[in-house]
Design a protein around this ligand. Structure first.
Ligand SMILES: [Zn+2]
Length: 217
């Protein structure tokens, strides 16, 4: 007889990947289903945590302000998550077919949407980094094959199959913290594994980066 029931208790598993759910890291969805931390992080390119200040006015005229957060991922149901995962998978297969068709198989492929040019201020990131990153393009996307690391020499693959050499100046995994906070804090991890989203900042020497291009190595 298992007095404390521990051995007999079935372990809860993630309905997406089948991995074990851990109490402190799993994420509760709007319909009370839970998904594991990895599956949640894979969606952080689209669903992050919003922070805002809540003001509360008291009867005596006092105002208190406190920082609050809202996790957009927790607005979804398991069905929503599965549908989004499915769409991501289809988009991934389509991109990999195009990339492999144009250029032969690259070990690592990173897709992104809406690249943005940044001009960090010296007060935000210090003078040397402000200079180094002036006019750099930030590509927010996912490593759909292989892995990437800050400092990697990569290629930007255009839709017509041509490539331009580039360097990953900064790599920040998408998490619940926003890009600028991470860029300033510099405490972020500098690698991403397959399936995980990140912001990749390319060395400005590459020039403009366009929607529809992919980063490969
Ligand atoms: Zn999972």
């Amino acid at each position: 007889m298992a007095l404390f029931g521990k051995k007999d208790k079935p372990k809860k598993t993630c309905p997406i990947c089948g991995g074990e759910l851990h109490f402190f890291t799993s994420l509760l969805l709007a319909d009370n289903n839970e998904i594991c931390a990895d599956c949640a992080q894979k969606m952080r390119d689209q669903f992050n945590v919003e922070y805002y200040w809540e003001r509360k006015y008291w009867r005596d005229g006092d105002v208190t302000v406190r920082k609050k957060s809202h996790d957009l991922l927790q607005d979804l149901t398991l069905e929503d998550v599965m549908e989004i995962m499915q769409q991501k998978e289809e988009a991934k297969q389509e991109t990999l077919e195009t990339v492999d068709g144009a250029a032969g198989a690259y070990a690592s492929v990173f897709t992104f949407t809406q690249p943005e040019q940044i001009f960090p201020k010296p007060l935000q990131v210090g003078i040397p980094r402000a200079k180094a990153l002036k006019g750099a393009w930030v590509c927010k996307g996912t490593a759909i094959r292989g892995s990437f690391e800050q400092g990697d020499d990569v290629l930007v693959l255009a839709q017509d199959g041509t490539t331009r050499p580039a360097k990953i100046a900064v790599l920040i995994p998408c998490d619940i913290i926003d890009f600028w906070t991470e860029l300033q804090a510099r405490t972020h991890k500098k690698t991403i594994a397959e399936g995980f989203p990140a912001w990749i900042v390319l060395d400005p020497a590459i020039g403009e980066v366009r929607e529809g291009e992919t980063i490969v190595k």
